[in-house]
Design a protein around this ligand. Sequence first.
Ligand SMILES: *Cc1c(COP(=O)(O)O)cnc(C)c1O
Length: 413
Amino acid sequence: MSKNDMLLELIARCEDACRGAFERIEDVALHNQRKVLEAFRKNFVSDRHLKGSTGYGYDDIGRDTLARVYSDVFCTDSAIVSPNITSGTQALTVALFGLLRPNDTLLSVSGKPYDTLHKVISGENIGSLKDYNIQYGEIALLDDDFDYETIAKYISNIVPKVVLVTRSRGYSWRNALSAKSIGKLTEFIKNISKNIIIMVDNCYGEFVESAEPTQAGVDIAVGSLIKNIGGGLAPSGGYIVGKEEYIEQISYRLTAPSIGREVGSYYGGYHYHYQGLFLAPHIVMNALKGSILFGKVFTELGYKTFPPYDSECYDIIRSIKFDTKEELILFCKMIQEISPIDSHVSPEPWDMPGYSEQVIMAAGTFVQGASIELSADAPIKAPYIAYLQGGLTYEHAKLAVEHCARALISYRN
Ligand SMILES: *Cc1c(COP(=O)(O)O)cnc(C)c1O
């Protein structure tokens, strides 16, 4: 058999082995599609809601209805959804500054928060939480779960105003946290003090499971619209969902104290935000299937990948470990090369704002940098791990598996 046939046969065998995992994901997608559809129907979404607004945006029904649809999807009282929030980092920043006051404490219980938040929390003289005298504590995970003993000890000493949980793995070799385990943590903390606000960085977690952390009792969940929940169509934005009293506080930070959600126009209209949300359960399913196939094929090729292809996924990311920096960079270059946009461009490691090491990012995407589209990124440091995510269609992921595997096989020979 030629090398070409052998690789195609390997991919076909891997695909067969993934069927069971695929079926579980299809069930989750059906459940989430029903949830989203019901939210649209309940709020009588119409053509007029898809249109934009100008100026202050008073009574922008597209914006207000979109927020209600999000609240219903997350089963919360309230939501902020805005195309004017520039990124997930900004959404998280607005939420933190909306809730915390000088001398309050923020406690992260899932180890280090996502890289871009490090300076938001403790940067010097840049308007960070630290600059406002907001204290910060951090407790690492213990065997991929919360370290309950240390958390209880910490809280008996200092009562935090906000507890932050990062659902996704970030740049670390661990699985993401399930909504169920976040629910258990929430119950544990609320039993100590029900006034502690539990906030989840929900980036990459939306629609991966049938329930969101907000359904498991957390107070606030925050994410980016150019990841899972934008369904590949939302051109920009962020969301913050949760309890009304907290969302109100956050809204005063988003625009201005006392003005809050009364203003905020968007001339471009909300068509893609609604349609992206409607498609998101299906798109997330495609991304997960692609991620699982990558996991299985690269395991067969002798690489370590995480999580195991047949285990439950709690975010859309696939970690793949390479022996050398060269292989890692080659992998990212091949993801770019097999993309619909900018396939002729070659990504290079660079000093991205907000990250401490050089990072290489492959994102040949319709929406610039959207990581619900097939993309890969990696900090350039040992161990050499690529974080692969997204994929609007499973077929694209399958072609990409073949393209990347072929390049790495020929590099090794
Ligand atoms: C992407 C991400 C962020 C930040 O979102 P940006 O849109 O890149 O600013 C925060 N937390 C997690 C877990 C993420 O994956």
